[in-house]
Design a protein around this ligand. Structure first.
Ligand SMILES: *[C@@H]1O[C@H](CO)[C@@H](O)[C@H](O)[C@H]1NC(C)=O
Length: 219
């Protein structure tokens, strides 16, 4: 009898939840979570353990040093300093993180996606040409941002930021996950380990074999 009541209540709550909420898949906190029946190994379901509140201190909610620029002396002239749950343990389960983005003149944050986060960005110095592409149809939305301008990149969509100025650019971004993840398109496609079979890339990108070989060497 009790069980039956429970079941009905659960059903009613479920019906309510589905009618109120817009449909959404569960939000994973890691790239994958392989199922197991072994209770002893089933510990990573929420990404991290929780610390005993009695021993938590203010430092668990603190990260210093976001005033320091990342080194942009690389091929793309860009560096990101991400403060996620791995650097700031207090972020665990809170669904938020923060990034500092440094751009050399004409530096580029190449096309990439965050599988678990929407990103809201504010330009602090310089001028950025930013954009994202929607899922089918692949429509491009772009904007030139100056100091103080804010732009949002919806979760999962491929986006980029390009410094079109002759000076350094600086931006900060909030991300709606403690562990947003990043897939940089060129690196993931041409630089995975182990590499994707070149025949796949030749056909997918309609390229000659030597171009695919060249690209696989770059990433
Ligand atoms: C970004 O900057 C940090 C700090 O200067 C440096 O350790 C790191 O190697 C840089 N990353 C890239 C990809 O250049």
């Amino acid at each position: 009898m009790m069980k039956g009541v429970h079941f009905l209540v659960t059903l009613a709550l479920l019906a309510l939840a589905t009618s109120l909420a817009s449909a959404y898949d569960p939000s994973p906190l890691q790239d994958f979570c392989v199922a197991t029946n072994d209770a002893n190994s089933a510990v990573f379901v929420n990404g991290k353990f929780c610390m005993d509140p009695a021993v938590v201190t203010a430092n668990d909610f603190f990260f210093p040093g976001l005033n320091v620029a990342g080194n942009t002396g690389n091929k793309v002239g860009f560096n990101v300093t991400l403060v996620d749950v791995n650097k700031l343990p207090g972020l665990n389960t809170l669904g938020i993180s923060l990034a500092r983005l440094d751009f050399a003149p004409y530096g580029l944050n190449p096309p990439h996606t965050h599988p678990r986060a929407t990103e809201i960005l504010v330009v602090v110095e310089g001028t950025l040409y930013v954009g994202f592409v929607t899922s089918n149809p692949n429509k491009l939305f772009t904007k030139v941002l100056n100091k103080g301008d804010v732009f949002v990149f919806p979760i999962g969509l491929i986006h980029f930021q390009f410094n079109i100025g002759q000076t350094n650019a600086l931006a900060f971004a909030g991300l709606s996950s403690q562990n947003p993840g990043v897939i940089t398109i060129a690196n993931a496609v041409f630089g995975s380990t182990p590499p994707i079979n070149p025949d796949v890339l030749i056909k997918a990108f309609q390229l000659d074999k030597n171009v695919v070989d060249y690209l696989q060497k770059q990433f």
